[in-house]
Design a protein around this ligand. Structure first.
Ligand SMILES: CC(=O)CC(=O)SCCNC(=O)CCNC(=O)[C@H](O)C(C)(C)COP(=O)(O)OP(=O)(O)OC[C@H]1O[C@@H](n2cnc3c(N)ncnc32)[C@H](O)[C@@H]1OP(=O)(O)O
Ligand SMILES: NC(=O)C1=CN([C@@H]2O[C@H](COP(=O)(O)OP(=O)(O)OC[C@H]3O[C@@H](n4cnc5c(N)ncnc54)[C@H](OP(=O)(O)O)[C@@H]3O)[C@@H](O)[C@H]2O)C=CC1
Length: 293
């Protein structure tokens, strides 16, 4: 039996956090958006407002819907601001130790019946759940980027996730107007198990000099009708997130075919994380993206 969700917490106001807050608020839920950085919360609210404007421009929503959605979002740096939430979705950086630390602090302030979810791209839901006081009420709710545009959400049950939690998550995601793919709890689930090795292979294609950035992205956009080239998409996702996902696949499946390309490692070590740092396979500091290789 699904429980009623009224108030949703979102932890991490990065590109996914702002998107999840956006769609939950538009879906009629009260949203508490949390981040460690006040600046990040401020820019997240501006991004949400901007993306709501895109949807107004495309006549997908009304001005009134935008006003009501923004009024439903409260930004807070304090985790105890989430204490009254019925569901909290963690969407901080793709590092297991960071997520575990967040859950540890979060569960201490949450009401016992609240559900905790992670938007993780790849990490074991069963393992993350075991680090909380509520493995039965823990689930993976994996949105796709950009959240307001992408139709799919993956639902991933940990070994202990109970039926009520699964039904509640399903009802929540359906209310947001998303389509659901149910994945078993194995490394990187379905989308990223297939997509990230493709992106990693594109980086190997660049690393081995088979083609340059422009040729590789054009080849896949015009040759395979991808909406974005794989290197452009890697920059969009974030190269740190791409590397974390490949590391989870490599360690979790113990198969060398998932070893991250050394060039991806180098870019992340250089802090060239893609769009979010204005530089990755493309340089975004000018008026149009320029390939960096
Ligand atoms: C990593 C994981 O764990 C899982 C994942 O998410 S894997 C990644 C899944 N996502 C994809 O594969 C995205 C592939 N790309 C696309 O589908 C399209 O390029 C797109 C939907 C992103 C944009 O399509 P488009 O027709 O060009 O949209 P358009 O309205 O013209 O706007 C393009 C721009 O707006 C962005 N955009 C469009 N609508 C947006 C929205 N509502 N919110 C945020 N960004 C939006 C696009 O990213 C692009 O950004 P810039 O303005 O900075 O260049
Ligand atoms: N990028 C993508 O395409 C997708 C990503 N995901 C997953 O979503 C999650 C977030 O990814 P994404 O939004 O791209 O990452 P970002 O780097 O854009 O955002 C992460 C946010 O989390 C914040 N943060 C870090 N530590 C904490 C903490 N302890 N408490 C609260 N906030 C914290 C960061 O703040 P600061 O920067 O100040 O450290 C940052 O604002 C990851 O698990 C990722 O795998 C899922 C689907 C798609």
């Amino acid at each position: 039996m699904a429980a009623a969700i009224k108030k949703v917490g979102v932890i991490g106001a990065g590109q996914m956090g702002n998107g999840i807050a956006h769609v939950a608020a538009l879906g009629g839920f009260d949203v508490i958006l949390n981040d460690v950085s006040a600046d990040r919360l401020k820019s997240a609210m501006a991004t949400i407002n901007g993306n709501l404007s895109r949807q107004i421009a495309k006549k997908l929503i009304s001005e009134d819907a935008r006003k009501q959605a923004l009024a439903r979002i409260t930004a807070t740096e304090k985790l105890d601001g989430l204490s009254d939430c019925d569901l909290v979705i963690e969407t901080a950086v793709e590092k297991e130790e960071t997520k575990r630390k967040i859950f540890n602090e979060l569960c201490a302030v949450l009401k016992p019946e609240a559900i905790v979810a992670s938007n993780t791209s790849s990490i074991s839901i069963t393992r993350l759940a075991a680090s909380t006081d509520r493995p039965e009420r823990f689930i993976g709710i994996h949105f796709m980027n950009p959240v307001p545009v992408m139709e799919l959400v993956e639902l991933i049950r940990g070994i202990a996730t109970d039926d009520a939690t699964f039904e509640t998550a399903k009802a929540f995601v359906t209310k947001l107007g998303k389509q659901i793919a149910v994945s078993e709890d194995f490394p990187a689930f379905i989308v990223n198990r297939i997509l990230l090795p493709m992106i990693n292979e594109a980086i190997y294609t660049l690393y081995e000099g088979v083609g340059n950035v422009e040729a590789i992205d054009m080849a896949m956009k015009l040759g395979a009708h991808h909406p974005m080239g794989p290197l452009e998409l890697a920059d969009f996702i974030g190269l740190d997130t791409c590397l974390s996902i490949m590391q989870v696949l490599h360690e979790g499946l113990a198969d060398s075919k998932y070893r991250p390309c050394p060039l991806l490692v180098k870019y992340v070590e250089a802090g060239w994380l893609g769009r979010k740092t204005q530089r990755g396979f493309y340089d975004y500091r000018g008026d149009k993206p320029v390939p960096t290789r």
